[in-house]
Ligand binder design. Sequence first.
Ligand code: NAP
Length: 278
Amino acid sequence: MERTIKDQMTLHNGVTMPEHGFGVYKMTDKSELETAVHKALEFGYRSFDTAQMYQNETILGEILHNGPVTRKELFITTKINNSSQGYDQSLFTFEESLNDLQLSQLDLLLVHWPSEKHFFETWRAFERLYEEKMVRAIGVCNFQIHHLEKLKTKANIMPMVNQIEIHPYMTQKELRGYLQEENIAAEAWGPLARGMVLTDETIVEIAKRLQKTPAQIVLRWHLQNRSIFIPKSSTPIRIEENTNIYDFELSAEDMARIDSLNKNHRTGPNPDEIYPTI
Ligand SMILES: NC(=O)c1ccc[n+]([C@@H]2O[C@H](COP(=O)([O-])OP(=O)(O)OC[C@H]3O[C@@H](n4cnc5c(N)ncnc54)[C@H](OP(=O)(O)O)[C@@H]3O)[C@@H](O)[C@H]2O)c1
């Protein structure tokens, strides 16, 4: 069946979420964010990924609230900051995020990083927010298998999503296999490895042969891997470019060649190193 930017992933609680979303990390300037969000909406994006840490929930909320697309069509994700973990703090700062985003209900709330100290208490707050229907889905970010196994010992509701660093240099084969078995959707952050993989000679060769750009090859690889992926760009022409991935297909051979580029290289922190410090 033909794929489009409207394609949805069904989470384990039945809620659907766009597979191809838009990340807004590092965009704190209102006019920059406004231009980017309007371009993204124009080219079909409906899912927006922010975080308390990004310090742009207020401007994102304002832009979307006054934008051309109705609330019902949008899917909005935010994340509880590391410094706001724990039961009371999570509940309190969630309320602030909801107000800042001008929402009465959030689509997806994520724990930003695993924290040894607040591990179960943050999740207990998330379960409460889910049960009270303040959020349609709850999940985590940067959880390794052992974090999820630990969560399982006490959780009443397991995460619907684990947002992790995934790109051709960090393919996360083992963790993705585990997530699939556990019916937790894998969401790729840093899907372009923040630009690092775009000069890789294998990616460049495939791009030239298929007359696409390196970014389009990498995003198509995510799409065919059935991950949720959320590229960020504040450049209008790239925002459009990143949506033009639905008119070609990567062969099994090209998919395997991109898989083989893995070198377990992270562009962000290692969750196991952050875990005891939060
Ligand atoms: N949960 C977590 O811990 C976590 C961590 C990091 C990120 N995230 C989320 O994931 C989103 C995406 O990750 P990311 O922003 O770190 O990295 P990314 O999407 O892999 O890469 C963004 C970088 O690639 C550039 N770029 C985008 N499209 C391009 C294209 N077609 N050609 C060339 N360069 C292009 C952008 O430049 P320009 O903007 O200048 O165009 C930007 O420098 C974030 O925005 C955030 O929402 C989550």
